[in-house]
Design a binder for this molecule. Sequence first.
Ligand code: HDE
Length: 687
Amino acid sequence: MNQLDKHSKNSKDEQLEAYRVDDTGKKMTTNQGLRVSDDEHSLKAGVRGPTLMEDFHFREKMTHFDHERIPERIVHAMGYGAHGYFQVYEPMKEFTKAKFLQDPSVKTPVFVRFSTVAGSRGSGDTVRDVRGFATKFYTEEGNYDLVGNNIPVFFIQDAIKFPDLVHALKPEPHNEMPQASSAHDTFWDFIANNQESAHMIMWAMSDRAIPRSYRMMEGFGVHTFRFVNEEGKGRFVKFHWKPKLGVHSLVWDEAQKLAGKDPDFHRRDLFEAIENGDYPEYELGVQIIEEEDEFNFDFDILDPTKLWPEEIVPVKLIGKMTLDRNQDNVFAETEQVAFHPGSVVPGIDFSNDPLLQGRLFSYTDTQLSRLGGPNFHELPINRPVCPFHNNQRDGMHRMTINRGQTAYHKNSLAQNDPRPAAEEEGGYVHYQEKVEGSKIRQRSESFKDHFSQAKLFWNSMTEIEKQHITTAFRFELGKVKSKDVQQQVVDMISAIDMKLAEEVAAGIGASVNKETAESGVTNSSPALSQEKTIKVPDTRKVAVLAEDGYNAAQLNPFLSSLEEAGMTPEVVSHTLSPLKSDDGHQLEVDHTFLTSDSVLFDAIFVAGGTKSRDLLLQKKEAAAFLKEGFSHFKAIGAAYEAAEILESAGIGNGSGVVVAEEAEKAATFSDAFIAAAAEHRHWDREV
Ligand code: HDE
């Protein structure tokens, strides 16, 4: 059964079907439908002569090729998409009239694109960066786009500063370096001189910026939006995606190595999970604030550098998204999909967040140059599943054939069709918020506290998370050449937390100005720490190191237990030749030590069997593999005599190290190993 048949069919899928082309069993033609007799030789004047102008086949093929690229996205260029569906848990009528949030039996088709922000298209997946998490809901009332990130706040408070932020973040213009990295002078110069970024930079230096998988990160709408119900009552709302697999991250050393060992690590992870039927799931959460409570918080709810602590405004889980189908063609779908935070449906409206307001302009504008004209909404991936009618006409690549004489409103020749719909008929009516004020270029006073939530975030971290943040600052600033910029950032950090500033300063040879007033915030928001996240073994990859002579009686049931727990064991050996056990069993090998690496796995297990152990011991790769996995705090297991390899790798007993003999009974060994792998990482280990 191919993947297309396995997933649940839906209205978007049926629509896309009309555009899918399968070349199997077909004759080759030109784009004009003319059958081609030879696709290997251009038409020449004599076998050794020049190519002829007349060769329309050559010219068509080459011209198409010459124009096969479109401009990459200015930000979020590197991304990967998947199809799926969303279902609400219960009617949300009290809060919003959005139709797709009413009926739990309705599956709304979605397309999601995950991305990094800074890197060019094709750059590595595991760099330190914010991740984009953009969802297009193809609802009956039109497309609704929730264009979010995996971090709940942003660097700046006003959209007019976005070009500056991005110019500072991108490779420096004089030498186009560094690629996909914020560890350079202009970025940190921007940060130090735009202190509204203090909160975001704490998140960007945290483990959130190096996710283990797109399947294991949260998503946030960031801005405050508005829910509006049938009665016209509005409420402020923030959106969250919560992954069912929990929130997990890589360690920095691992992330850097992965960028070389498998630059496609996150893309591959998502693609393979969906191919294997391990469909990623995320619950949609909302935080709601009543309009009358708008000013009851010690932050401005319109300020995108602030979050609403979950302990104060709880997240209500209202539905679930399941990604169950990979794209058919990355260019046609992931590259051509066009998101826009302004694509809303009745029941969802905007707030006056000045960052959101600017985004409402930027997204359509950028598609005009990226997708080459105003008709990008007609591309298969962007088309709504409901009909669309208006008087917009013509332009590059128009695909719709609009019939009739009129293309204007109002008209009498076509009885005024297409005509606007009344609110009761689904016509979108903007929320009638009362606004008055002088035209003014100014930031509200209520936006000016940049440090309290940065400190709140810091206070909420566990010791190990704090260590990671400190090291990230030391790394990033250590790459900055300007001593002055380094010092400015340390001064900025002092206003968040003095101890952090001291540790960072010590690592980069800067000094701390003790006069700076540290933020006095002492409270924390436990929900911000990743430590208490969901920990399950599902979909975790285990490297099984084995050689000829492995103990099949032990290994086979162990592998079955891992599979039953939803894990993916893959055998790593010195060659790809199937392995022979002493009692005549065979084992297929998935990778060699040359083609794989410990960074590609969540946990490592060494099969038992004296001969297998000795063969693994003879070469250095197995010990190096284990040593590295151990240094990345991963679960390590060894059966019986294989424990000797752990010793040779310098791995003693310790948290997350499971050796068969030491488990109370051999039968509980697999449970102990699965539990250790589900932990994700064992931070209390000395490495
Ligand atoms: Fe974007 N952003 N952005 N952004 N953004 C783009 O749109 C922009 C912001 C986000 O997978 C661009 O189609 C401005 C916040 C995602 O296709 C562009 C501002 C958040 C994606 C653009 C922001 C995002 C984009 C580039 C400041 C999280 C990828 C290509 C006011 C809530 C979507 C494109 C995809 C992409 C502008 C800030 C998320 C240039 C002006 C805050 C996930 O239009």
